[in-house]
Design a protein around this ligand. Structure first.
Ligand code: SF4
Length: 479
């Protein structure tokens, strides 16, 4: 049994640091006694697109097209997006598939593919090649608690199973049973062509039993910096925003935290494994557990020399959310270099409708406290939320103008409505019918709205035209 060779393909092409789940899966496979080969496309020279950069004037005009609500422009964009050839060339999917295929070792007994749904065409190509060689395939990923996605991937000819579950407690046993020809449906979230109709409700809870991830297979020499990704907890302690896809995916449902002792001990071990002092906390909301948040601020400098770290937080309404000015100053002293948060909008009416659990006043205080602490600030926000009007955009614009010196980068997106999110089920039948590329604001065509939207694009472009402060430059695009 121990002689079986497993190849693990990580199609999440992120070129800054390894994927945490792949580090854990690698650990589980090796601990179960199998030999393992990991293929991560970056190790073969495929780089993902850069995510953020210093913007210029041309980016402003590009954003005018991307955010355009003109039917003609929207139709053109939609038609272009539909052309598989353009899409594949743009996303380099064809090259990615052949690189993966050429990297699969001949002695492989089983291939595991971890993927997001956007990589469907790559999966099809790779699986078709594996089928011709008679190599079985199991596909997994965070989106496979949506049965529509399961049905799509499990139907690929050559796929044995799709797994849409947290596998931490049982992956080794499942693989042993697979090779022994035993029943694998006794494990949660295992789907086949014949069995894929039951939603998997299983949630892994024993967070302190998670092992230290094994990042030894990743191309450390090709990453711009040696950054250790780490997640102190899964899910989000708030978890109520009606548009949030993160809390409906496999490992985001319900909030579970590791203990502060376990977190610090893992970070020490990982900094020795990877030989670095840089950490990316990929928690959806690192201040979910304020006790862990405070212990990082107090404890990280004691276990690692000169730590540098960045994270995402939620500026929630709790009395003590760990984001007061004094704590942020201490966090900066403990190495917190960049912080990211979801601003979304500065209209209280819309924040309430989203169930964002915050106030504009609190957001205003936070951005100014981050600035006072000297931490680089990045925000995500969107245009086009349900019923958004010119006045909502005007308030957001005023907020951005007032606080423009607090932000280093803003990631502005068109609001999109995803499957399984509460807002999708709340849409009226007419809104459902009018969904266009997962968006609804193509209907908001009055001139006041369009004028205010243009003003937001301009101020965001102005903010994103700044050079980053020296400390945070190494992490631009990372978070
Ligand atoms: S705070 Fe962030 S992670 Fe939590 S539910 Fe809202 S959007 Fe999702």
């Amino acid at each position: 049994m121990g002689a079986k060779h497993i190849t693990l393909i990580d199609l999440n092409n992120f070129s800054y640091y390894p994927t945490i789940s792949m580090g854990l899966v690698a650990r589980y496979i090796r601990d179960a006694g199998f030999s393992l080969n990991v293929i991560s496309p970056l190790s073969n020279g495929i780089k993902s697109r850069s995510r953020e950069k210093v913007e210029g004037k041309i980016d402003y005009y590009r954003s005018r097209i991307v955010f355009s609500q003109s039917r003609a422009v929207r139709s053109l964009i939609q038609q272009a997006e539909k052309l598989p050839y353009i899409k594949e060339r743009f996303l380099k999917k064809r090259k990615l598939a052949s690189t993966v295929i050429n990297s699969i070792p001949a002695e492989t007994d089983l291939v595991l593919i971890s993927t997001y749904t956007e990589n469907y065409t790559i999966c099809k190509r790779v699986v078709s090649h594996l089928k011709s060689l008679g190599i079985p395939v199991i596909i997994g990923g965070p989106a496979f608690n949506d049965l529509n996605h399961v049905a799509q991937f499990v139907a690929i000819d050559g796929v044995n199973y799709v797994v849409g579950s947290e596998i931490d407690a049982y992956l080794g046993d499942l693989l042993r049973d697979f090779f022994a020809g035993e029943d694998v449906f006794k494990y949660p979230g295992v789907y086949s062509k014949d069995k894929h109709n039951t939603v998997n409700k299983y949630i892994f809870k024993k967070m302190d039993e998670l092992p230290v991830p094994d990042y030894s297979d990743f191309p450390w020499d090709k990453y711009p910096n040696r950054i250790i990704p780490y997640m102190t907890g899964r899910g989000c302690s708030w978890g109520k925003c009606n548009f949030c896809t993160d809390v409906v995916l496999v490992n985001g449902r319900s909030y579970r935290s590791q203990s502060k002792e376990k977190v610090l001990s893992d970070l020490k071990a990982l900094s020795e494994q990877v030989k670095t002092n840089i950490f990316a906390f990929t928690d959806l909301k690192l201040n979910s557990n304020v006790e862990v948040w405070n212990s990082l601020i107090d404890g990280l400098p004691k276990i690692v020399d000169n730590p540098i770290w960045f994270c995402a937080v939620h500026v929630d309404n709790r009395k003590r959310n760990g984001l007061d000015r004094e704590t942020l100053i201490r966090a900066k002293q403990a190495g917190l270099t960049r912080i990211s948060f979801g601003l979304e909008t500065a209209s209280q009416r819309l924040l309430d409708d989203m169930q964002k659990g915050t106030t504009v006043a609190r957001l205003d205080q936070f951005v100014n406290d981050v600035k006072a602490a000297g931490i680089s600030l990045r925000a995500t926000m969107f245009i086009g939320y349900r019923d958004e009007n010119a006045d909502d955009l005007r308030q957001t614009h005023e907020f951005l103008v007032k606080n423009q010196d607090c932000f280093e980068r803003i990631k502005l997106c068109r609001f999109q409505i995803y499957d399984l999110t509460p807002i999708k089920s709340e849409l009226s039948p007419q809104e459902q019918q009018n969904l266009h590329a997962r968006q609804i604001n193509h209907q908001y065509l009055n001139s006041d709205y369009l004028r205010e939207k243009k003003k937001i694009l301009r101020i965001v472009n102005k903010i994103n035209s700044k050079r980053l402060n020296e400390d945070a430059r190494a992490f631009d695009g990372v978070m």
